[in-house]
Design a protein around this ligand. Structure first.
Ligand code: TEU
Length: 552
């Protein structure tokens, strides 16, 4: 299918686009260091062009001590030497653009690294001009200001004896939170953003943007009192003028908030990237490590609500995977016998909806979770939870079971390019183990097989560019209580799309709505048609009632 280029001068081009997330550390190494690099990404642009994507969300490549794999930035305007040089970055932007691919960079504006010049200055004295760039509380060493916990474990406060103060960090101790109440700090951040705009990037993914407006007294930092005011200023100062795409990561967004974030007047951001559909398998009051069974009706209801409420009023991201989440085929699919079918089915279900789809590297190959021993894990969150839970008396075997299901390292194993050594990712020693299943799950094999998961994603991307109903259609959920089938329609005035997905390994029957009788099957994950829905089968039917009437 020939790639249809989007007119990126037009506001809202990203509503017809499909993005691809690259986690640079694990994508392609060209130096033998065992860590992916920018030249590696450049060498794989043809592959991404063939897939058909319109933009790359690049996880952070700025200078960083890598305590949290680059989400701890020590210089916002420098490329970490581990990934290459600023020249490599420039080449990546230019080469991607030639292929119709925009580069969207990750902005970590909620916190910096403790190695950032600002924080080092801030530590010098309470009167240092940079001291107020961070969030401090006076007190004494014996008792943190409150009970707030850090996402990666322990208290969210760290004591600095020579200042007699605590500083706030919602994530690791080495990721002090920035003080957005300070206007000089905010202005400096906008300057960094303009630096990247001048370099040629076409948008930004804003890390934990709902956590920037803090009110630590409340012990909750999501959706703080001045959040939307800050976002409007950020947008006006840094990207609204040029119509650059901006994607806000917001774990705390409900549909009402999301409408503010992604209002069509572009006063805040282009779209919201929220996680309600991901957190459904988490019980209230428990955390993600307490794995509970999945409920398809709950998942459907969640998608229905977001689809209905944002239609015409906001814009959502569509994703199942990113660098923080386990592989979807190992969660909602079947990573054994029906890996290929279920990977395609999940993609079909997601890409048929309203929003901008994101493919996380390797998802287009149907990459799976990995089974690692504790000593092979790298992620700070994973290692901390093991330590904490075992100390609390949990059975280490149980803790390992939830780590295998939930660890972020599942997403971070190297991209599987070939069946050869280290999956073609590196000639050195990979920084994190390569999944042994690269012997049969790899890009080389996928490209050679017309029925591969890769080619299914390629078709989905092509369909989104062919039929406006993918962007514009209103959503209606069918059979909401069915525990095995996810089916919905999308409708514009004349175009109609039906998506039917079997979430089980059984054959099932499904009665398509009468108006779809005789409609064209535009996609399926089986080579032949059958009266029943086979294991993990997914189909898309489409018709345009104007064309139909003409044919009559
Ligand atoms: O993630 C935000 C975030 O809250 C996650 O860390 C999430 O809570 C966690 O994965 C759940 O287990 C962003 C980045 O995507 C993540 O990689 C960073 O570690 C984090 O922010 C801090 O910058």
């Amino acid at each position: 299918m020939a790639k249809r280029m989007l007119d990126k001068q037009k506001w809202g081009w990203w509503r017809s686009a499909v993005f691809y997330q690259i986690y640079p550390k694990s994508f392609q190494d060209t130096t033998g260091s065992g860590v992916g690099d920018l030249r590696g990404i450049i060498s794989r642009l043809d592959y991404l062009e063939e897939l058909g994507i319109d933009g790359i969300w690049l996880s952070p490549v700025c200078e960083s001590p890598q305590v949290d794999n680059g989400y701890d930035i020590s210089d916002y305007c420098a490329v970490d030497p581990m990934f290459g040089t600023m020249e490599d970055m420039q080449t990546l932007i230019t080469e991607a653009k030639k292929r119709g691919i925009s580069i969207i960079v990750d902005l970590v504006l909620n916190h910096s690294s403790d190695q950032h010049r600002w924080f080092r200055e801030a530590l010098k004295s309470r009167d240092n001009p940079y001291h107020d760039y961070y969030v401090w509380r006076d007190g004494d060493a014996s008792r943190p200001p409150n009970e707030m916990r850090a996402v990666f474990g322990g208290s969210a406060w760290t004591w600095v004896p020579h200042l007699g103060q605590w500083y706030l960090h919602q994530f690791a101790e080495q990721q002090p939170d920035l003080n957005w109440e300070n206007p000089a700090m905010r202005r400096e951040l906008y300057g960094f953003i303009r630096f990247w705009v001048d370099l040629g990037v076409e948008g930004f993914r804003l890390d934990v943007i709902d956590q920037i407006a803090k009110d630590p007294e409340l012990q909750v930092t999501n959706n703080g009192p001045r959040l939307h005011e800050f976002l409007r200023e950020l947008s006006a100062e840094a990207f609204r003028e040029e119509g650059l795409v901006s994607v806000g990561e917001a774990w705390g967004a409900d549909t009402e908030r999301a409408k503010l974030y992604s209002a069509p007047d572009a006063s805040e951001m282009s779209m919201v990237f929220q996680f309600e559909h991901i957190c459904l398998d988490q019980e209230p009051g428990k955390d993600k490590w307490d794995v509970i069974p999945l409920s398809l009706p709950k998942l459907k209801d969640c998608f229905r609500r977001w689809q209905e409420e944002l239609h015409g009023k906001g814009w959502n991201s569509l994703f199942f995977n990113n660098h923080d989440l386990p592989r979807i085929v190992s969660r909602w699919g079947n990573d054994g016998e029906y890996r290929v079918e279920s990977a395609k089915m999940l993609a079909t279900m997601l890409h048929g909806m309203e929003g901008t789809p994101y493919i996380f590297q390797g998802e287009e190959l149907g990459m799976t979770n990995i089974r690692l021993e504790l000593e092979d894990h790298v992620d700070i969150e994973t290692l901390n939870v093991y330590r904490e839970r075992v100390a609390q008396g949990y059975d280490p075997e149980d803790v390992m079971a939830s780590i295998r299901a939930r660890s972020r390292d599942n997403a971070r194993t190297p991209m599987q390019w070939t069946a050869g050594e280290n999956a073609g990712f590196t000639t050195g020693t990979p920084w994190i183990p390569v999944n042994p299943n690269h012997s049969f799950i790899n890009a080389e094999a996928a490209l050679a097989d017309p029925d591969s998961v890769f080619h299914h994603y390629q078709k989905l991307i092509g369909l989104r560019k062919t039929y406006d109903v993918f962007r514009d259609g209103s959503f209606s959920l069918l059979c909401p209580d069915d525990e095995k089938i996810f089916a919905y329609t999308r409708d514009t005035e004349h175009e109609h799309l039906l998506v039917v997905c079997n979430f089980t390994g059984e054959s099932l029957y499904f009665d398509a709505p009468a108006n779809f009788r005789g409609a064209k099957q535009i996609l399926s994950n089986y080579a032949t048609e059958a009266p029943e829905l086979r294991p993990y089968e997914a189909v898309m039917l489409w018709y345009n009632d104007l064309e139909r009437n003409e044919n009559r």
